[in-house]
Design a protein around this ligand. Structure first.
Ligand code: ARG
Length: 276
């Protein structure tokens, strides 16, 4: 019998996809003349935010900006931990204006925002779990930023080297099942081949009981998932992973974000967690 899992209520920041589009290509999932079905994108995003609310989570939103088609990917705007906000500095010039727009939201919400000195894409590459922060690098966030994150939060940062351009952000290759903050053992799910051999050895050492996903499930954005400790909002296309999660005692909640996959994002990318 798998253990019975206990959910913890969360606070999420999201950005509605009013201006979502694929207008430029900054990762291998994107191509310039991609057609986006705006109505479908809107209804998929509504289903995601409705699912959070139905599970008792608090959902807040930031006003979208007409010139920022990727702004819907709220996870990239910051890492918020212990009520402290480490803002972002985007790799792509097309996304730089998001830094200001999100920082302004945080200020109004009563947070001070630390602005990083080098490229850092928030929860896209920074994943708090088990008293440490897993930090991806290789495509976006720099190792300089990892050091700055450790100094800022005073939490150990464990750098992980990403090696496959399809998994350009850590949150496309790994997600947290249990963050360990409520006494349950910390655990993750991940796709091994997205990591360098040394980084993979680190993950195996830290999380010997992790859920290990196939390439097929990873390419279906299965690892861009959000867990509250019990319910896992997960791409229904990642069939094998959905079955594995159920075997491990989690409740998979399928949410199809296929329109957002065209921009290289999914469930987690659209969700910023405010840990205050
Ligand atoms: N088009 C966006 C980019 O390449 C997608 C960001 C997805 N976000 C994420 N957290 N992985 O920057």
């Amino acid at each position: 019998m798998p253990p019975s899992r206990v959910p913890r209520p969360r606070r999420y920041l999201v950005c509605e996809p009013r201006y979502f589009d694929v207008k430029y290509a900054i990762n291998p999932w994107m191509s310039e003349n991609t057609e986006v079905d705006q109505d479908l994108a809107r209804s998929q995003w509504n289903a995601l935010t409705d699912a959070y609310r139905a599970l008792g989570h608090k959902v807040e939103s930031v006003e979208p900006h007409a010139e920022l088609p990727d702004m819907v990917f709220a996870a990239n705007c910051a890492l918020v931990l212990d009520g402290k906000v480490f803002g972002s500095r985007f790799h792509a010039p097309q996304r730089r204006l998001e830094e200001e727009v999100y920082a302004a939201w945080f200020k109004v919400a009563g947070f001070e925002v630390h602005r990083p000195g080098s490229v850092c894409e928030g929860e896209g590459d920074l994943v708090p779990v088990g008293g440490r922060i897993l930090a991806g690098t290789g495509f976006r966030t720099t190792t300089e930023a990892h050091r700055e994150v450790q100094e800022f939060f005073g939490v150990p940062v464990t750098g992980l080297q990403l090696v496959d351009p399809y998994f350009y952000h850590l949150d496309t290759a790994l997600f947290v099942l249990d963050d360990g903050s409520d006494g349950q053992p910390a655990n993750i799910a991940y796709y091994p081949e997205a990591f360098s051999p040394g980084s993979l050895a680190v993950l195996r050492r830290l999380f010997p009981d992790a859920v290990v996903a196939t390439r097929e499930d990873a390419m279906a954005f299965g690892l861009n998932s959000v867990s509250d400790g019990r319910h896992v909002l997960v791409a229904p296309q990642a069939k094998g992973l959905v079955a594995q999660l159920a075997e491990h005692g989690y409740d998979p909640v399928p949410v199809d974000m296929s329109e957002f996959h065209k921009a290289g994002g999914g469930i987690k990318c659209c969700t910023q967690e405010i840990r205050a």
